[in-house]
Design a protein around this ligand. Structure first.
Ligand code: GLA
Length: 741
């Protein structure tokens, strides 16, 4: 049992021995929050908290009950306008223009497992014993609407997921103007807020700030979750580190506009809220219509940020990512983008593929430029048929040739876009997102198709599925290279225009769902100019995401480090590219590049024909190495050891669940003159009593030695030791493979 209900006190306690989440029905019939944190005994009685209420100067909306002011009470789902002046989770505009609502408890249902959220990505259970869900039904009798708050607790993970649903059973339509997915009132503000922020080519930088009175938030109103802020927020105690301490964290399973905020009030309590961004959102609900808000995953950890990440990784690997790729090692791929950009033809591609095959590559991905008349970024998006100038025998022929070489074949698409210079645009100029009588902004020379319209989604399905069938495709990179401007749909009535952004992303999810249902074997990699839409919403459809267009390994340390906070490393697209790097012009050793890229999906983004023989030999070894360890990388526990933002060294590792093997990556960016003689790297997660061997070291070591004293790093060049030095110069790196004997 995971959900304990005290029927008399109407108190609900979700606990699995790791986390407890307790709330109850308050005197006014609304839901109040009692506790969220480390697991408590299932019989804990917590209502005494509210007995401490005493009359205050604050206004009460319960007549004759001066102790009851919502302004001073921790709530589960605060609504607008009745004595709580913090930001609400819900606000509804009613036919008379009023905004006041009052949702009070009516009933609750407990179910084994977890019901799906229709049309939306969400965590799921395959075995209903893995989780329990409680749905609390609240009603506003004047508005004649039902609000259902859903809470799921997973059996083996300190995870609670939440979402909200509203149904209009009255006669009159009303408008949601704010409908958050979760709201959690915490009793203090002694936290620092961790967020993942950045820009194109420098996504996922970990940023931290101490909470202060007022609202601190991250958000997107771009129509995608965005490069700028990932829909993730964590509140950690100031003493929390990677390895110890308390963290409350929130990840939104959604790929469009969002807000995640922490509001600290006059009493230093903190309200955390996540949901669809209320700016440019409203939803009209007529009689018998409902709205389902997306899900939020809330992870509690008392074992630091690594504990938090391991929980997300296990949850996403088992209960979010679907299909055959959920439990399948990732193929080593070669992507043509940085190898050729738009400049290729059939002969060149086949030559590249032949060479790739010799190196041990398993999947050849033809990136942008294979369709329509696409020779640069100015044309042809939407024309998803082969570019006959480049591929004179057609895409089917090329795919066959690639397959005959023993390689799987993958293609790049950007389904949501259309170039003004394209056949599709000529045929359907009215299919784009634009506001009447206003000029329409181009982004990367392209326009956005109105995916809120079903006929457009269906047409793209037809176009893509016919290519997929023709080419026996194994992989699709689904890109999205611009954000939405002049947001408006020609097909929505004026009072429904603010539904556009949500309807758009539902269209994207719908196309994904149609494609994966018909082609379940295809490995999808989502991409939005790199990591501009890398979120749990898309992981439900595409089991991996291209983390960044920046393939410089020094930058990648930061990007992949940040991305690993919520996302499992086998979902983080990471490739080795050529030097000087195309984004930073930095040159790093081939070994350094691979040592970073191993901790992800692994592949190459370079032209193998231009490699020297020595480089080819090294790459062959790298690919063998990755193939030998990819199962561990996919299934193990990931630990961040040294962060790449504050020091010159960075490190991370993966340990198998049974602690029998581990892979450790260590990186030093710039050389140090006259360095310390003995250098070690302390690691973690091993069996302290187990004896481990390490690839290129002769000794065996006990787990405790490696954890508390550290792996001895090979000697670093200091001048006099040049004969024995194993490391020298900038961009040093080591990957250690440990096996328990
Ligand atoms: C985006 C992607 C790149 C590449 C190009 C092709 O920028 O992030 O990886 O596919 O588009 O135009």
């Amino acid at each position: 049992m995971l959900i304990y209900v005290d029927e008399q006190k109407k108190q609900f306690h979700l606990t699995n021995g790791m986390v407890s989440y307790i709330f109850h029905v308050m005197r006014n019939g609304q839901l109040g929050s009692l506790y969220y944190g480390k697991a408590l005994h299932p019989n804990t009685q917590f209502s005494y908290i509210h007995q401490y209420d005493y009359p205050t100067t604050y206004s009460s909306h319960l007549e004759g009950d001066r102790a009851f002011s919502l302004e001073t009470i921790r709530q589960e789902y605060p609504v607008y306008g009745t004595t709580d002046y913090r930001e609400p989770a819900l606000s509804i505009i009613q036919p008379d223009g009023s905004h006041i609502s009052n949702f009070t408890y009516k009933s609750h249902f407990i179910t084994a497992g977890k019901p799906a959220l229709q049309g939306l990505p969400a965590t799921y259970t395959e075995d209903e014993r893995d989780a329990e869900t409680i749905q609390i039904v609240l009603e506003d009798t004047i508005l004649q609407a039902k609000l259902i708050l859903s809470y799921t607790i997973f059996k083996d993970l300190p995870v609670i997921t939440r979402s909200s649903y509203i149904f209009n059973n009255g006669q009159n339509p009303f408008y949601l103007e704010r409908f958050m997915s979760t709201s959690v009132d915490l009793p203090d503000k002694d936290f620092s807020m961790v967020q993942l922020s950045g820009a194109w080519s420098r996504e996922f930088y970990v940023k931290e700030r101490n909470l202060e009175v007022g609202i601190q938030s991250i958000s997107s109103i771009r129509g995608s979750s965005s490069h700028q802020h990932n829909p993730f927020l964590a509140l950690k105690r100031k003493s929390t580190t990677e390895l110890q301490g308390e963290v409350y964290s929130f990840n939104f399973i959604y790929s469009s506009n969002f807000i995640a905020q922490a509001e600290v009030d006059q009493f230093d309590s903190t309200r955390v809220m996540i949901g669809i961004h209320p700016f440019r959102f409203s939803w009209k609900l007529s009689k018998n219509e409902h709205f389902q808000a997306p899900e939020v995953v809330m992870v509690y950890s008392d074992t630091g940020l690594n504990g938090m990440s391991q929980t997300y990784h296990d949850l996403y690997r088992n209960h979010l990512i679907r299909g055959m790729w959920k439990n399948t090692d990732r193929p080593v791929l070669l992507n043509s983008w940085e190898a050729t950009y738009f400049n290729f033809d059939e002969r060149k591609l086949i030559e590249i593929a032949k060479e790739a095959k010799k190196l041990g590559i398993e999947l050849f991905v033809l990136d942008d430029g294979w369709f329509g008349k696409r020779n640069d970024a100015t044309s042809s998006l939407g024309d998803w048929f082969e570019n006959r100038d480049k591929l004179p025998h057609g895409i089917k022929y090329l795919a066959q040739k690639i397959n005959e070489l023993g390689l799987k074949f993958g293609l790049w698409f950007e389904p949501e876009m259309v170039s003004p210079k394209s056949e599709l645009y000529k045929l359907h100029p009215d299919w784009t997102v634009k506001t009447p009588n206003r000029s329409t902004s181009l982004g990367r020379n392209q326009l956005v198709l109105d995916f809120s319209r079903q006929e457009i989604v269906n047409e793209l399905y037809q176009r893509m599925s016919s290519i997929i069938r023709e080419t026996n495709l194994s992989y699709i990179k689904w890109d999205m290279n611009r954000n939405i401007t002049e947001a408006y749909s020609m097909c929505l009535q004026a009072d429904k225009q603010d539904e556009f952004f949500h309807r758009y992303i539902l269209g994207v999810y719908d196309l994904y769902e149609q494609l994966i249902s018909e082609f379940p074997h295809i490995l999808f990699e989502s991409c939005a100019g790199g990591g501009g839409r890398f979120d749990p919403g898309l992981l439900f459809y595409a089991p991996q995401a291209w983390a960044s267009d920046d393939t410089d390994p020094v930058e990648r340390l930061k990007i992949q480090y940040g991305a690993s906070l919520p996302y499992p490393i086998y979902s983080i697209g990471s490739h080795v590219s050529s030097v000087p790097n195309h984004q930073t012009k930095r040159s790093t050793p081939l070994s350094f590049r691979a040592n970073v890229a191993y901790f992800g999906t692994f592949g190459y983004e370079l032209n193998p024909i231009t490699l020297t023989n020595e480089e080819k030999t090294i790459i062959k070894e790298q690919i063998i190495f990755y193939k030998n360890h990819r199962n561990l990388i996919r299934t193990g526990d990931f630990y961040r050891l040294k962060d790449p933002y504050t020091g010159n060294e960075s490190a991370w590792m993966v340990v198998s669940k049974d602690k029998n093997e581990a892979l450790v990556g260590w990186y030093k960016i710039l050389a140090t003159p006259n360095p310390r003689k003995i250098q070690t790297l302390k690691i973690t997660g091993l069996d302290p009593k187990g004896k481990y061997t390490i690839n290129h070291l002769d000794n065996t070591y006990y787990g405790d030695e490696l954890m508390y004293n550290g792996i001895p790093l090979p000697p670093e060049f200091n001048g006099p030791n040049k004969k024995i030095a194993k490391r020298a110069g900038d961009f040093q790196s080591e990957v250690f493979y440990l096996v328990k004997r």
